[in-house]
Design a protein around this ligand. Structure first.
Ligand SMILES: NC(=O)c1ccc[n+]([C@@H]2O[C@H](COP(=O)([O-])OP(=O)(O)OC[C@H]3O[C@@H](n4cnc5c(N)ncnc54)[C@H](OP(=O)(O)O)[C@@H]3O)[C@@H](O)[C@H]2O)c1
Length: 289
């Protein structure tokens, strides 16, 4: 009898799946038999990527969700569509993220790096949590970066209004991914839903191309030669999403499939609780009497 693919019957949402690490992750999980949904900003580009991911014979259908996740209305629309499409959701891969050399403000009035890299996964996860919990055992993965090690959560200037640099905003957002995951794991204790976070390596993608500092463009041009392919960058997310070896493992940071110690700042539990509260307020999740 032919082996049943390890992800057969499972539904997975990968945010930011039209290219880069997200698309490679979606390809890998679809090849393992999962029904995969991807997100992107543009309808035609997202549908084309979904068709491409699902093109190999025997792959389940791939769903395309076109929304701008840097705005909260987009995240809320996405969550509603995902809930309508998947009666159960086994894995959520919070992959979407970006880097901007200059400060941009979203329609919600928030700095874009903070809004897209941290608040979008925070809000989406919150809105899908009951669906994940009712599908337990389920997994939530968030794609952070080794850049979190240079990050500091500046509660006095979270939006970079007083002082913006692309590096600082990016490192802060990637530290927020790690702290969010650790706090989420604490909150999900005994629910059967795990939360892990990872560094994918330095990967040859379109990352940062929308608004790149000139000096970085030159460095990245040279570094491209030494970067991982997206398929190799997707190895750890695919592993965390699908492997029986990490069943039940939660609240850990992974690099190259291995649990690693993250930065000292990432283990600040009071800071993580404060970040959670601030994020809930900014995302409109706090109940006001
Ligand atoms: N590349 C690296 O070396 C590296 C290293 C460490 C960590 N990471 C992390 O890995 C993750 C993926 O990065 P990548 O390198 O694969 O980036 P990428 O090539 O730029 O891909 C980003 C993906 O996100 C989507 N996206 C961007 N803005 C969006 C928005 N506002 N709403 C919805 N979707 C949006 C893009 O789709 P459309 O453009 O079609 O909208 C695309 O599918 C990020 O979280 C990044 O921080 C990357």
């Amino acid at each position: 009898m032919a082996d049943v693919p390890v992800m057969a019957g499972k539904s997975v949402l990968v945010t930011g799946g039209t290219g880069g690490i997200g698309k490679a992750t979606a390809i890998g999980l679809a090849a393992l038999g999962a029904r995969v949904g991807i997100t992107g900003r543009d309808q035609a580009r997202t549908e084309a990527a979904a068709a491409d991911i699902g093109a190999a014979p025997g792959r389940p259908v791939v769903d395309a969700f076109a929304v701008d996740m840097s705005v909260q209305a987009g995240v809320r629309r996405l969550a509603a569509q995902v809930r309508d499409t998947y009666p159960r959701l086994d894995v959520l891969v919070n992959n979407v993220g970006g880097f901007w050399a200059h400060r941009h403000v979203t329609a919600d009035g928030l700095e874009r790096t903070f809004a897209l890299n941290h608040l979008a996964p925070f809000l989406l996860t919150s809105l899908l949590l009951d669906r994940l919990t009712s599908s337990a055992p389920a997994r939530i993965l968030t794609v952070s970066s080794a850049a979190h090690g240079r990050g500091r959560i500046d509660f006095g200037d979270l939006q970079g209004e007083q002082n913006y640099s692309g590096q600082r905003a990016y490192s802060q957002s990637k530290l927020a991914n790690v702290m969010f995951t650790y706090e989420l794991a604490r909150r999900l204790d005994a629910t059967g839903v795990t939360a892990t976070v990872l560094h994918p390596g330095v990967v040859r993608t379109s990352f940062g191309a929308e608004d790149q500092a000139a000096y970085l463009a030159v460095m990245i041009g040279v570094a491209h030669l030494f970067m991982k392919t997206p398929a190799r960058g997707a190895d750890t997310p695919i592993y965390l999403a699908s492997s029986p070896q990490v069943e039940g493992i939660t609240g850990r940071y992974f690099v190259n499939r291995k649990p690693k110690t993250s930065s000292k700042a990432s283990y600040d539990t009071a800071g993580a609780a404060r970040l959670w509260q601030v994020s809930a307020d900014l995302a409109g999740l706090t109940a006001h009497p």
